[in-house]
Design a binder for this molecule. Structure first.
Ligand SMILES: [Zn+2]
Length: 346
């Protein structure tokens, strides 16, 4: 399987290099046309796309490299995505080990003018709590680069299951990549994106600066609202389907308990299930959190067993169809998340 993927990857590269890409996919011919008019920016995953769009406004053409509505962990660019990057001026990714394919894909591009922006640069990363990470890695930022390659191999082996939202195979690497879930970190990411835009398009520098100022203020307010609302609540533990809330927990003094392993399988692991059910009963947990992009089946079974409610706590990894329809974005989802957290912890 791994070899077939490798061969396909190489073939895609050869097609691109030899320039015989015409007609290979008609979808892209329009992209090439628009590229001549303005600067083209691709963001890797939804939160980066949302932040980039907020700063870019109508001055830059921002698109997401991943398709909407799928979970980003295990996803890797197909030939269409690679072709888009060949025609792009800038690529923004989260980093912190989320997009383990970045180095490999960027190095394979013939587009050497592509500006690559790691949005999480400067964020104080925390270690991922995942069971898979028994291997010892250093905590320092510098280590993340090396570990990315290491994760890429793991991802390749596990990639086959991505359609099942298989969180057992969900590899976060040694660092928790969900940095944007804390408003303080979101501000750092937006600032990095803003700085990159200012450099890319100096003519509109003031425009990007003022957009950033506006959202930075909103993020400060969001942060204040989170600490004020969560500080006064008596309970501090949340039960979640996947441990995507490390930065939120660290910031506001909460603890997350992940059902992730259990949630991954069609046949839930009885032992883990019993453990979580006991924990919920003993600690009088009232709410189990699930996500918009994963199957809530196991959460529902546990809820039935314990009398818990099932609510959504979004890791903002991507939008569901309904969220797209309702024009949801970072701030509206963070507001809902806070509402649901308060409901669960009071
Ligand atoms: Zn995740």
């Amino acid at each position: 399987m791994k070899n077939i993927k490798k061969i396909l990857f190489l073939l895609a590269g050869i097609v691109l290099l030899s320039g015989c890409s015409k007609g290979a996919d008609t979808k892209n011919s329009t992209k090439e046309d628009t590229n001549k008019e303005g600067l083209k920016v691709y963001a890797s995953v939804y939160p980066m796309y949302d932040f980039a769009k907020k700063i870019a406004g109508d001055k830059l053409d921002v698109e997401m490299i991943m398709p909407q509505g799928i979970e980003p962990h295990g996803w890797e660019p197909d030939s269409n995505a690679i072709k888009n990057l060949e025609n792009a001026d800038m690529f923004i990714y989260n980093g912190a080990g989320l997009e383990s394919w970045t180095d490999k894909v960027i190095n394979s591009l013939s587009n050497k003018d592509l500006k690559v922006v790691e949005a999480s640069k400067g964020v104080e990363l925390i270690k991922s709590d995942h069971d898979e990470d028994e291997e010892e890695h250093e905590h320092e930022h510098e280590e993340v680069e090396d570990n990315k390659n290491h994760d890429a191999t793991k991802e390749n082996n596990n990639h086959v299951h991505e359609d099942e939202h298989d969180h057992e195979d969900h590899q976060h690497g040694p660092m928790d990549p969900h940095v944007w879930i804390s408003p303080k970190n979101a501000k750092i990411e937006m600032e990095n994106i803003k700085n990159a835009f200012v450099e890319l398009d100096k003519e509109n520098a003031d425009y990007y600066e003022s957009n950033y100022e506006k959202y930075a203020k909103m993020l400060d307010e969001l942060d204040a609202k989170y600490s004020e609302s969560l500080n006064k609540l008596p309970n501090k533990t949340i039960v979640v389907s996947h441990e995507a809330y490390g930065y939120l927990c660290k910031e506001y003094g909460l603890t997350q308990i992940g059902i992730k392993g259990v949630n991954a399988e069609t046949e839930p692991d009885a032992k883990k299930m019993a453990e979580i059910i006991n924990y919920i009963k003993e600690n009088k947990i009232k709410t189990i959190f699930t996500e918009e992009l994963i199957d809530p089946k196991v959460s529902k079974i546990i809820a039935d067993e314990t009398g818990c409610e099932v609510k959504v706590l979004s890791p903002i990894e991507g939008l569901s169809e309904e969220e797209i329809k309702n024009n949801e974005e970072y701030f509206s989802i963070m507001d809902k998340n806070l509402e649901n957290l308060v409901g669960a912890l009071k």
